[in-house]
Design a protein around this ligand. Structure first.
Ligand SMILES: [Fe+2]
Length: 158
């Protein structure tokens, strides 16, 4: 068979796909009301993907996104205190860079897939930065938690 576009040699330099079963990843506790299952922690690009679980009425404190975020609601619902809509099971939300919001889970709690890039900066009511989350501190928290449980973290750095 001919290979007029020269695709065959590219197979040798193509990376291997990655399959991550969330069942193989623990719920890593973040606060009394938030748990996170990391699925991707790419330290080269700063991209990180996780499933976030928030109990009913729990909140993710007010924060600023340096880059855009995509969320897909797997269970329950949540909303932003600063907005007038509710993200329910099966809905996708895109948050633009620079968006500032406070996530509140619905009464039934929520489980949501988030795809992030770069940092989110926690800010107070005056928009002063008081903390941050990014791929590096999420990697550290995941690794520390696995160590505390006597388990080996998966390599999610892809
Ligand atoms: Fe956010």
């Amino acid at each position: 068979m001919e290979d007029p576009l020269g695709l065959r040699p590219l197979k040798e330099i193509t990376l291997t796909e990655r399959i991550v079963d969330p069942e193989d990843v623990p719920w890593v506790p973040y606060t009394d009301t938030i748990w996170v299952k990391p699925l991707r922690l790419n330290r080269k690009t700063g991209q990180w993907t996780n499933i976030t679980k928030v109990v009913g009425g729990g909140q993710i404190n007010r924060h600023y996104h340096v880059n855009g975020v995509v969320g897909f609601v797997l269970e329950g619902s949540w909303y932003y205190v600063e907005k007038d809509w509710v993200a329910r099971k099966g809905m996708m939300v895109w948050e633009p860079p620079g968006d500032i919001h406070t996530l509140m889970s619905g009464e039934e709690g929520t489980v949501t897939l988030f795809q992030l890039e770069g940092a989110l900066l926690y800010v107070d009511e005056d928009d002063q930065v008081v903390g941050f989350d990014d791929v590096l501190n999420h990697t550290r928290v995941y690794h520390d938690y696995c160590r505390s449980q006597g388990t080996r973290p998966l390599d999610l750095d892809y």
